[in-house]
Design a protein around this ligand. Structure first.
Ligand code: NAD
Ligand code: 2HG
Length: 526
């Protein structure tokens, strides 16, 4: 596995990759053309905000499986193309929250007290106190647009400065806002009330130029604006006009619509201050995002479920804790089915029983199962991102049912898969210590570990069958590690499960199939 790392990602993240045996190449400041020329060698890429991972880059990357963003915003990555191509996009959403929160406070205090301007004037040899009379934060109203991780952190700190905090965020609950001591208001009311307005939402099509001429007109005279989220949310031309007219008393931008930005009319204004996208630039944040994203990239490359995938349903830690132990079992049941079934797959019915029925989220388990199944039978790359899409495109129907009651097991995952040639049903559970087992094959009770090779042999329950199978396998020097027979009635249909230490050659499988009373034989490798 080889990962390309760009944009000065901290060494600690690179060390994580190297420790796990991943090949790493560091190439900073690549143009799109340069990136397209080299990307085909890599299985993964890790970027910050400077490198754009476009559709063109992905089209040049037949081996690319994961794009890692050492930070929050993924607006420099074409996420929809990544999804179509089965490329997982992961980010590191928590590592730089504190850095961006503190940077916002620094900008707000700098705006209130004219720190950068006073610093520059004094260094130019002028002791000027009159020009830099500021305002206090205490008793002022702070309007937060976007009350997520950073917005919440800013709210807590603003309370410590004795500010009154209101917010606009249509996607969070009143309870959450109340817990933070913040009053949720419609956008226009925030505009009307706030003395300081700080932006903390992602850039989307809907909020592009949210702060434009109209918005500034609705704000208090003398309002101060901070944007440490994304360029493009504030219309920079409208901001210029509002700063010149004095409607906006001051503004601080860490982010710009075009970056890097080195020439802007705003730079000539005395009431405008700025930083070059420094929100995440603390030592602590850079180590944290680099390590987090490296771990996520490794998980994605190994085909394991990642916590912070942007283009698959991301799992909150408490959900992951709940369903995590069953994810491996689900994927193994999918693989098992793929090797039992013959013909064109038509339908997958999944039943979640016992404790599984009470899990808050079961979709990721179904996705794991479908991934395991399709990955075994298809040439194309199947992962957690594209498994549901591939299944849908192939017309495979998938259904999920929850059943509260189950006998004998704490939780039972039952999967029926139907193809043009017939159907099979497998059920699995976790024994004590999260030990995954297959416990039913086509309704016959068995107890099979989900590792290694096994032969599944439906047969008629009568003498000399087990012996004949044992002899044929022994003749080919394959050792039988364990054997079980599941049957419902004496003399009826039964199923033999043989755990074997190595695969059985096709001719032996054929010989077993010819034994009188044997109905079929399938080799399953998990
Ligand atoms: N300047 C930097 O270096 C830097 C560092 C980290 C994060 N960021 C950026 O800061 C922003 C916030 O990051 P976060 O970690 O707090 O994200 P988050 O996802 O935790 O919070 C974003 C909040 O915005 C809200 N929101 C979304 N669309 C909205 C809309 N149209 N109107 C109002 N609210 C809306 C969401 O409900 C959510 O609560 C992101 O754009 C991120 O990229 C910048
Ligand atoms: O990597 C950076 O320096 C900025 C990251 C920041 O904008 C983010 O969205 O996480």
């Amino acid at each position: 596995m080889k990962v390309l790392v760009t944009d000065n990602v901290a060494q600690e993240g690179i060390d994580v990759l190297l420790r796990e045996g991943v090949g790493v190449e560091v190439r900073n400041k690549l143009t799109e053309d340069e990136l397209c020329a080299v990307i085909s060698e890599f299985d993964g890429i890790i970027v910050r905000s400077a490198t754009r991972v476009t559709a063109r880059v992905m089209e040049s990357a037949p081996n690319l499986k994961v794009v890692g963003r050492a930070g929050v915003g993924v607006d420099n990555i074409d996420v929809s193309t990544a999804t179509e191509r089965g490329i997982i996009v992961v980010n590191a959403p928590d590592g730089n929250t504190m850095a961006a929160t503190e940077h916002t406070m620094a900008l707000m205090l700098s705006l209130a007290r004219n720190l950068p301007q006073a610093d520059a004037r004094l260094k130019s040899g002028v002791w000027d106190k009159k020009a830099f009379v500021g305002v206090e934060l205490r008793n002022k109203c702070l309007g937060i647009l976007g009350l997520g991780r950073i917005g919440s952190g800013v709210a807590r700190r603003a309370h410590a400065m004795e500010m009154d905090v209101v917010a606009y965020d249509p996607y969070i609950t009143e309870e959450r806002a109340r817990d933070l001591g913040v009053t949720l208001l419609p956008l226009e009311e925030v505009f009307r009330k706030a003395d300081f307005i700080t932006v903390h939402m992602p850039l989307t099509k809907e909020n592009y130029h949210l702060l434009d001429d109209d918005a500034f007109a609705k704000m208090k005279d003398g309002v101060r604006i901070i944007n440490c989220a994304r360029g493009g949310i504030v219309d920079e031309e409208a901001l210029y006009r509002a700063l010149v007219s004095g409607k906006v008393a001051g503004a601080a931008l860490d982010v710009f619509e075009k970056e890097p930005q080195t020439e802007s009319p705003l730079f000539s204004l005395p009431n405008f201050i700025c930083t070059p996208h420094l929100g995440a630039s603390t030592r602590e944040a850079q180590v944290s995002v680099a390590v987090d994203v490296a771990e996520e990239v490794i998980a994605a490359l190994r085909g394991e479920l990642v916590k912070n995938a942007v283009n698959i349903p991301s799992l909150k830690p408490d959900i992951l804790k709940e369903i995590g132990p069953y994810l491996g079992l689900a994927e193994k049941l999918g693989r098992f089915h793929a090797q039992l079934l013959a013909g064109r797959l038509k339908r997958i019915e999944v039943t979640y029983s016992g404790e599984l029925a009470r899990f808050r989220q079961i979709d990721p388990l179904t996705t794991a199962l479908v991934k395991g199944l399709l990955d075994t039978i298809l040439q194309e790359r199947v992962n957690y991102v594209n498994a549901p899409v591939i299944a849908r495109n192939r017309g495979i129907e998938i259904s999920q049912t929850r059943v509260d009651r189950v006998e004998d097991y704490v939780g039972l995952l039952t999967v029926k898969a139907a193809s043009s040639e017939g159907e099979h049903e497998l059920a699995g559970t976790l024994f004590r210590g999260n030990d995954p087992r297959v416990v039913f094959i086509d309704g016959y009770r068995v107890d099979a570990v989900t590792e290694g090779h096994m032969l599944i042999i439906p047969h008629i329950d009568r003498p000399r069958i087990i012996g004949a199978v044992g002899t044929l396998i022994g003749q080919h020097d394959v050792n039988i590690a364990a054997m079980q027979v599941g049957r419902k009635v004496i003399g009826g249909r039964a199923v033999m499960v043989l755990m074997i230490d190595s695969p059985v050659p096709p001719e032996t499988l054929e010989a077993i199939r010819r034994v009188d009373g044997i109905l079929d034989v399938r080799m399953v490798s998990l």
